[in-house]
Design a protein. Sequence first.
Length: 590
Amino acid sequence: MEKGIWLAACLTAVLGAMPAGAWGQNVKSIVSGATWTATDGTSINAHGGGMLYEDGYYYWFGEHREGMKSAGVSVYRSKDLYNWENLGLALTPQGERTNTLQDISEGRLVERPKVIKNEKTGKYVMWGHWEDGEDYSKARVVVATADKIEGPYTFVRTLRPNGQESRDQTVFRDDDGRAYHIRSSENNMTVHCTLLSDDYTKPTDTYERIIPEKQYEAPAIMKIGDTYIGFFSGCTSWDPNPGHVLMTKDLMSAGDWRDLGNPCIDDGAETTYRSQSTFVLKVEGYEDAYMFMADRWNKSNIETSTYVWLPIHLRTGYPMLRWYDSWDLSIFEQMARFKRAASLEDGNTYVLLSRLSDRMLSSDEGNICLYNDDEGRNLQFVFEAVDGEEDTYRLKDVATGQCLEASGSSLRLAPEGGSTAQQWVMERQGDKFYVVKSRLNGRVLTVKDGSTKNKAQVVLDNYAASNKTKFGLYFDSKRFDYEEDNPFVSPKEAEDSTTVGVPAVGTDGGNTSVRCEGGSLVVKPGTGFEGMNSLTLYDAAGRCLLRTEAASVAGVIVAGRPAGLSEGLYMIRVENGMTKAVRTLKFIHP
Ligand code: DGJ
């Protein structure tokens, strides 16, 4: 073989064996955890980073490390998020060490730098976590500004916002032009948020302890519509831990942030796939496309730490992360394809999406399960209203013409028949998800064991107030033009809103009685309430105050009365399969 050809053959073999994303040229996918190389052949060195998009380029700012040493803030740029051009240092250590702590001299620590642009001044403003280089006790921020996005950034000052400690931090520019500094404070116990001055270089006096006493760090904030979403980690130094996602419609209100727990599902969820959040990027050119950015720290050599970037699943209205070995931006087209239906209309075609995993009700070789988006397996149902039955439908699979049928605790597709086994009561919940109940036995569609895994089995079980019984009604926007609904109900709104429409009469023949006794709600049901029952208590405005399961023992069902129940009129609903009793309850303090 000629030498040139031999070299080319070797190179092809080597390139073929390398994971996508390991080579710095013509990369076409994102491979989290691999070593990423810039177009100049050097390993990308931009940790705890953030991004800013301008004129067709994403600019990625991050901690430049030499081993463990902090060595300024680097900046890279890319048109496609795969191929990165190294633009060098945006903020360079310089000047003399001062006793006033007002310097960025050699040896100072700058972590988690973030840059925003101020439209009024035309300046780019960088905020970062600053330490003196001895330990983490100074807990300050550094502010620097530049006239060009890539810098050079000029040191402005270090400070403690509102006199408070500030370690892991980020800045967030809202769509009204206001910007906020969000940080771990109070010895990392409490997250603070401060409104910045008009030029973004100083804190104002307006600040709030938005997430008190949870010990969260690594903040990354995004906004979709009017909903703010915050990703955080726990505090375990460089070691990974389960993440947290919180939502609010009021960024500066401590009382409104709702903690939804770990946004990650599938293997690796308990360590955020061995990474720690740093930023959320709005990806340009796609609908509702946001990318989660995190660091997979190498605690003995921070310089060689790698990056974990994942698309954020948002269509359920609850942010979710899944691991992808490799992905590209086309995933965002797929994620935006199925939309939440504003209402359930007779004759329309819908899919059912699990609240737990953002996966669709599917048929995998006859097994009814949840599956990733997969046109071959996902069940698209025509919903046919059942005459004379409120909110009741037959679900006819478009691909096979068969209907979803209950069989004991199992589900199957079967040829269309007239029985109640093929009739499903769609009960809409306050967060717009549905509980899907069989008319045959009153059991509801339930994800077996609450699994979030692909191919998780879906069965029929007694109702439980859990995400495993919640399914969203979605439609294929490529094929249908139904009215869409915004899936983002803040958890607080969902808690406060009316849940399942309370039927005016029960089916118990009027035999059930309800009263309060001490700290308990005591129900004496008629027949048909043997075994486990579900109890729901509403106030006069229809707000759900309690939803619980309780067994009927010797003809009596007892449940705990919600603490702090004030005097007044309430509605209580007791359900056992298809038998239900609805009673008013007058509560007077004992
Ligand atoms: C965890 C933080 O998130 C990192 O940015 C860094 O400050 C390490 N702690 C230091 O232990």
